[in-house]
Design a protein around this ligand. Structure first.
Ligand code: NAI
Ligand code: OAA
Length: 329
C-alpha cells in the first residue's frame, strides 16, 4: 500500500536557499527514496508569484514522490498538519540595522510562525530553523509553541559541521568519509566553536594527527566560523546550495539516525549539559536514532575548548536576554 505523504513546509520558499532545497526534498533526499512528500510553500505576499514559478518547475520535474504543492502567505495554512517545518525565510540584516533591530524584525516572523506550528502542526512535527540568527529565532518560535515538546525545535549548525569536515579533510589529506565525531558547539555565528579534540581522522585522534594547536586556533577555527562571510565576499550572496544541503542532512540524520560510531552537530534546547544553561538553543554533539536525538554524554572538555564554548554560550545568553527584553519570549 502506498505510504501517506509526509507534509513538509518550507518558509522563504522563493528565496535562494528555497530554490536549492525544494527539488531535493521532492526527489526524496530529505526523508528517503520511498517516502512521498506534500510540499507547503510559505512566502510573503509579494513573493507568491515567484513561489508559483518554482512550483511550476517542481511540476515540470515530474518527481514520482511529490504528492502535491500548496502555496500560501498564511502561516496557519502553511503549518496545517505539517510534519517537518523548515523555517528558512527571515529578515536579513540591512544597512544601519543593529543586532537588536534584527532580532526584533525576526521576532515578528518567528513568533507568529511558532504559534501557528503550536496550533496547527501534526503531533510529530519536527522544526529546523535556518533563517538567521538561527538559534535565537528557534528560541522565539519554540517559546511561542508551549504545546509542542521543546526538543522538536532545532536550529542549523550542520553547515558549520560540514565546513569543518571539509577543512579538516583538506588539512589531513583524507576523505571527509574518514572523519568522525567532529562537534560544533554554541551559536551559528562567528563565536561558534568547531571542536576536533574528540574527532577521529582515519581512526586516529584528530588533534594528535594535526599536532599543531596554533593551526587549530589561528586557521581552522576562524576559517570555519567566518566561512559564511567569506562566501558572501566571494559570491556576492550568502551560501545557498550548501545551506540547503546542510538542511537536508540535518533532517535526514534526525529522522534516519547517525551512523554507528559517529555523531553530528545540531542546535537544540539545552538540558543543562556541558554547562550550557537549560533552554538555550545551542549546538551540541548528538546521536540520532528512532527519530530522536541524544546529546553525547561525558566528553572531557579541555581548557582550550571550555573558553571557546563559554564565549559562544555567552553570546546566546545575551541574544536570549535581548529577545526577552523585547517581549518576544
Ligand atoms: N543556519 C545557516 O547555516 C544558514 C542560514 N542562512 C540564513 O537563511 C536565511 C535565508 O537565506 P536565503 O534563502 O539566501 O535568503 P533570501 O533572501 O534569498 O530568501 C529569503 C526568503 O524569505 C522570504 N520571507 C521573508 N519573510 C518571510 C516570512 N515572514 N514568511 C515567509 N517567507 C518570508 C523572502 O520573501 C525571501 O523569498 C537567511 O536568514 C540567511 O542568513 C543562510 C545560510 C546558512
Ligand atoms: O552568514 C550568513 O549570512 C549566511 C550564513 O549563515 C552562513 O553562510 O553560515
Amino acid at each position: 500500500m502506498p505510504r501517506t505523504p509526509v507534509t513538509v513546509t518550507v518558509t522563504g520558499a522563493a528565496g535562494q536557499i528555497g530554490y536549492a532545497l525544494l527539488f531535493r526534498i521532492a526527489s526524496g533526499q530529505l526523508l528517503g527514496p520511498d517516502v512521498p512528500v506534500r510540499l507547503r510553500l510559505l512566502e510573503i505576499t509579494p513573493a507568491l508569484s515567484a513561489a508559483e514559478g518554482t512550483a511550476m518547475e517542481l511540476d515540470d520535474s515530474a518527481f514520482p514522490l511529490l504528492a502535491g504543492i500548496d502555496i500560501t502567505d498564511s502561516a496557519d495554512v502553511a503549518f496545517d498538519g505539517t510534519n517537518v517545518a523548515l523555517l528558512v525565510g527571515a529578515r536579513p540584516r540591512t544597512k544601519g540595522m543593529e543586532r537588536g533591530d534584527l532580532l526584533e524584525a525576526n521576532g515578528g516572523i518567528f513568533k507568529p510562525q511558532g504559534k501557528a506550528i503550536n496550533d496547527h502542526a501534526a503531533d510529530d512535527v519536527r522544526v529546523l530553523v535556518v533563517g538567521n540568527p538561527a538559534n535565537t529565532n528557534a528560541l522565539i518560535a519554540q517559546a511561542a509553541a508551549p504545546d509542542v515538546p521543546a526538543e522538536r525545535f532545532t536550529a542549523m549548525t550542520r553547515l558549520d559541521h560540514n565546513r569543518a569536515l571539509s577543512q579538516l579533510a583538506a588539512k589531513t589529506g583524507v576523505s571527509v568519509a574518514e572523519i568522525r565525531r567532529l562537534t560544533i558547539w554554541g551559536n551559528h555565528s562567528a563565536t561558534q566553536y568547531p571542536d576536533v579534540f574528540h574527532a577521529e581522522v582515519a581512526g586516529k585522534n584528530a588533534a594528535e594527527a594535526i599536532g599543531d594547536e596554533s593551526w587549530l586556533a589561528d586557521e581552522f577555527i576562524p576559517t570555519v566560523a567566518k566561512r559564511g562571510a567569506a562566501i558572501i565576499e566571494a559570491r556576492g550572496a550568502s551560501s545557498a546550495a550548501s545551506a540547503a544541503n546542510a538542511a537536508i542532512d540535518h533532517v535526514h540524520t534526525w529522522v534516519n539516525g547517525t551512523p554507528a560510531g559517529d555523531w553530528t552537530s545540531m542546535a537544540i534546547p539545552s538540558d543543562g549539559s556541558y554547562g550550557v544553561p537549560e533552554g538555550l538553543i545551542s549546538s551540541f554533539p548528538v546521536t540520532c536514532a528512532d527519530g530522536s536525538y541524544t546529546i553525547v554524554p561525558d566528553l572531557e572538555i579541555n581548557e582550550f575548548s571550555r573558553t571557546r564554548i563559554d564565549a559562544s554560550v555567552r553570546e546566546l545568553t545575551e541574544e536570549r536576554d535581548a529577545v526577552r527584553a523585547l517581549g518576544l519570549i
